[in-house]
Ligand binder design. Structure first.
Ligand code: IMP
Ligand code: MG
Length: 177
């Protein structure tokens, strides 16, 4: 089976939209310092592009979670593979995600972070597949709403591959070849 990737969002479109999000975030948090929490590994490309464009002092921390379940469906049982290095107490926290799908991973994460008493807690995702939502999640900043297709690139993977593609593409299995 051959994997076939077609461009959904070009690099230019993604970077332009990230610039808009950064402007909006900079306005909304004017006068404050932000703590960006990058959810590894999918959000690394989005986080760095966003952080560079935010015109406020930002700190970065990283968290890695894995959800138990098969490859394409998360179960809601989330394991922390790597926790944050520093406390988020009294910080303005912005969680950066690559994509919100069922919402299970994020609803778990947001509850956990809330219990650590940040000054504020917001969520920014590059992509959102609203049709797939199972658990309600309040997303503050969304790059793009996309249809229910499996996408790769700009940090998103299929079996750890394709993360470094500079665009977002739809992955399809081409069974005819
Ligand atoms: P959720 O808990 O179902 O919202 O799962 C979100 C996670 O599933 C994301 O952080 C991704 O790691 C993964 N995921 C969901 N949809 C896609 C996709 O289309 N491509 C690659 N990874 C995806
Ligand atoms: Mg992920």
């Amino acid at each position: 089976m051959k994997e076939n990737i077609s461009v959904l969002l070009s690099e230019e479109r993604v970077l332009a939209r990230i610039g808009e999000l950064a402007e909006q975030i900079s306005r909304d948090f004017a006068g404050k310092e932000l703590k960006l929490i990058c959810i590894l590994k999918g959000s690394i490309f989005f986080t760095t592009e966003l952080a560079k464009r935010i015109s406020l002092p930002v700190k970065l921390d990283f968290m890695s979670v894995s959800s138990y379940g098969d490859k394409t469906e998360s179960s809601g049982r989330v394991k922390i593979v790597k926790d944050l290095d520093e406390s988020v107490e009294n910080e303005h926290v912005l969680v950066i995600e690559d994509i919100v799908d069922s919402g299970r991973t994020l609803s778990f994460l947001l509850e956990l972070l809330k219990s650590r008493r940040p000054a504020s807690l917001s969520l920014c995702t590059l992509l959102d597949k609203p049709e797939r939502r199972v658990v309600e999640v309040n997303v503050d900043y969304t790059g793009f709403e996309i249809p229910d297709e499996f996408v790769v690139g700009f940090g998103l993977d299929y079996a750890q591959r394709y993360r470094a593609l500079p665009y977002v593409g739809v992955l399809r299995m081409d069974e005819s070849r």
